[in-house]
Design a binder for this molecule. Structure first.
Ligand code: NAD
Length: 480
């Protein structure tokens, strides 16, 4: 057969043109206005328009395509966790590098995806009613500095699994790594499936861009992950918000606990990423009967105990007061938030080995480290008369956030009593806090835990609206 060289050359040229000189796929004739942006926007209106366009395209794709899309996000989060985790550490300057890397990988591996989607059916004399879970559309999402790209990654997986697209307004101190991750995810998806901007991100985020996203008429749902300010702002909006708000997780240790196991768990959870996790152990209430033994167990497990004068000195430098009048309150000092235990120790003139993960010391209930979500690796230990007193103080310190609480005990009645009293979304018994998110415990993992609005540990179903499809008097294949 004679080969038409001119035809071959023109086909090759066309293919090369479509691939671009660097292999990038340029927008085809049916491409939307924003294709090739890979989700990067300065203007919220443009970001929302691009995400809307992407939503329309995603709506015409199969569930298998969604799995493929999510597969790219997972692959990049897992394969590039070292590079991206290092970028996150360098940009935010808080937490610990190994955990920045691990968090991104974990979300890549374990964020709930398409497999969580399901339908329910009512089958009876009058036929069938099928309840399906459809997407909301475009979601406006706010992410915290404590886990900037990991939160965006987990949110993206679950939101896209449900058929949504998303516009992120990241924390300004974690904006670059979030934008870079989103760019990589979009680019890989675009190359494989030809859809861009399933995730859009505001590259210069401010409170004003957040407000514009909150109020945008084309944003169908909000999902915010952060502290009290943003939680309150989201709940005041005129549209539905899924609010993953602040925590201040208390730990109770009763006289029946395995103290060495409890100490190891408290160090593992409370020191993880320098105590930046919203679920991380923040204050411990130990019954008097085993208080001294528990302090000894903490030292055996490798934590460094501060004496009374050292605790006082640390409180002075590491807790700051902000606001005026009725708004006056205590917060973690910026210089110590998310820093290593050695840096905290240095702040009070104490030298400890760099490998020390956690500092701890005895305080009373009124020490600010107890009510403040300190997000640093010093955990106050408070002496309780008995388990009822410990639970009572634990509940007070949690502030009704209903986020996370932990107990170390072998007494099922004490566990039950605390579970009822503290009424939190996560209640962990005899393990580190993260075991409650499936890391060393059962269940799935998400970094957006919606306490205030009640959705709990978010999954794709969190980001759906119910739709009922009814077949009247037919298709029930059972009986008469
Ligand atoms: P933060 O509240 O300072 O910021 C969170 C995000 O909200 C950022 O993107 C910030 O720019 C934005 N923001 C703040 N105030 C806002 C407002 N008024 N309007 C719009 N946007 C606003 O919190 P952070 O330091 O980034 O993160 C730590 C906090 O987040 C802790 O309180 C922690 O408990 C909480 N958190 C909760 C969860 C959860 O799943 N519940 C997960 C991670 C972190």
């Amino acid at each position: 057969m004679q080969i038409n060289e001119t035809l071959v050359r023109s086909v090759v040229q066309e293919v090369l043109k479509r691939l671009g000189s660097d292999g990038a796929v340029p927008p085809g004739p049916s491409a939307g206005k924003f294709q090739g942006r890979f989700g990067q926007f300065t203007c919220p209106d443009e970001a929302v328009a691009a995400a809307r366009e992407a939503f329309e395209r995603l709506s015409r794709r199969t569930v298998e395509d969604r799995t493929r899309i999510i597969g790219h996000i997972r692959r990049i989060a897992i394969e590039q966790c070292v590079e991206l985790g290092t970028m996150e550490m360098q940009e935010t300057k808080i937490g610990r590098l190994e955990h920045k890397i691990e968090k991104l990988k974990t979300l890549g591996e374990r964020a709930p995806g398409v497999e969580f989607m399901r339908s329910e059916v009512f089958s009876g004399d009058h036929g069938l009613a099928v309840i399906e879970h459809g997407p909301f559309g475009v979601i406006g999402a706010i992410t915290p500095v404590t886990h900037s790209l990991p939160t965006a990654t987990g949110n993206a997986v679950s939101m896209i699994a449900a058929g949504n697209t998303v516009v992120f307004n990241p924390h300004p101190s974690g904006k670059r790594v979030a934008a870079e991750g989103i760019r990589r995810y979009n680019e890989a998806i675009y190359r494989d499936l030809g859809i861009d901007n399933l995730m859009c991100i505001i590259v210069e985020p401010t409170l004003e861009t957040a407000e514009r996203i909150f109020k945008h008429r084309d944003i169908n749902l909000l999902c915010v992950t952060g502290g009290p300010g943003v939680a309150k702002a989201a709940m005041q909006q005129a549209k539905r918000a899924i609010v993953a708000g602040p925590g201040n997780p208390p730990v109770v240790v009763d006289e029946t606990a395995d103290l060495d196991r409890a100490a190891r768990a408290i160090i593992k959870g409370g020191a993880y990423d320098n105590n930046l996790l919203c679920i991380g152990e923040k204050q411990v209430f130990v019954v008097n009967q085993v208080f001294d033994a528990m302090m000894a167990a903490m030292e055996r497990a490798g934590a460094v105990r501060l004496g009374a004068a050292e605790v006082e000195a640390l409180t002075k430098v590491a807790i700051a007061t902000v606001g005026e009048g009725e708004h006056k309150h205590e917060v973690p000092a910026r210089e110590f938030l998310g820093k290593d235990a050695a840096v905290l120790a240095q702040g009070i003139g104490k030298k400890i080995p760099r490998e020390v993960e956690l500092l701890f010391g005895e305080t009373d209930e009124s020490n600010p480290f107890v009510p403040v979500e300190q997000m640093m690796p010093f955990v106050p230990f408070v002496r309780a008369r008995d388990v009822d007193h410990a639970i009572e103080m634990a509940v007070r310190s949690e502030h009704g956030f209903r986020h996370t609480a932990i107990i170390h005990s072998k007494n099922v009645e004490n566990m039950t009593k605390m579970g009822k009293a503290v009424d939190t979304t996560l209640f962990v018994k005899n393990g580190p806090s993260m075991a409650g998110l499936g890391l060393g415990g059962e269940g799935y993992c998400s970094f957006s835990i919606a306490g205030p609005t009640g959705e709990g540990i978010t999954t794709p179903l969190t980001f759906t609206r119910e739709r009922r499809c009814s077949m009247i008097d037919n298709l029930r294949i059972l009986g008469k």
